[in-house]
Design a protein around this ligand. Structure first.
Ligand code: ZN
Length: 136
């Protein structure tokens, strides 16, 4: 894995949190994007080489809605940038990690993404992501 690409934070109201994180990070979000397949609206802030991704649920069945119901707002996942998400999925499966996605899928911010199940990663929901045009 190459770097921490972003840290995902579950929020209840992305408008309110965009303002909060703009003040906290002293920068504006560079993008807001809905990911309908995940039932989320996302916004991204650049902090050096790493991004902060805010995620708000758009419907009560969304994984983000369930996360907030259980744990409240806060850090949801850590995303590692890799050269090729599908190669990384194969590697992680080979190491015995449980993958939520066996094949990388289109995510926000022009990435191919896959999640490892937190029960196989010490409770840390772990995402691997690669640039969409470089994914196999
Ligand atoms: Zn993410």
């Amino acid at each position: 894995m190459n770097k921490i690409e972003h840290i995902g934070i579950a929020v209840k109201d992305i408008e309110v949190s965009n303002q909060l994180f703009s003040k906290l990070l002293n920068t504006q979000p560079y993008k807001t994007e809905a990911v309908e397949s995940e039932g989320v609206i996302t916004s991204f802030f650049m902090v050096g080489e790493t991004k902060i991704e805010l995620l708000q649920a758009t419907h009560p069945d969304s994984a983000i809605a369930k996360f907030i119901e259980k744990k409240g707002e806060g850090i949801h996942h850590i995303a590692f940038g890799v050269d090729d998400a599908n190669n990384e999925i194969s590697r992680l499966l080979g190491e015995g990690f449980e993958m939520i996605h066996q094949i990388a899928k289109a995510g926000a911010d022009n990435k191919m993404i896959a999640f490892a199940h937190p029960k196989s990663t010490n409770g840390v929901l772990t995402e691997v992501c690669s640039d969409r045009d470089q994914a196999s």
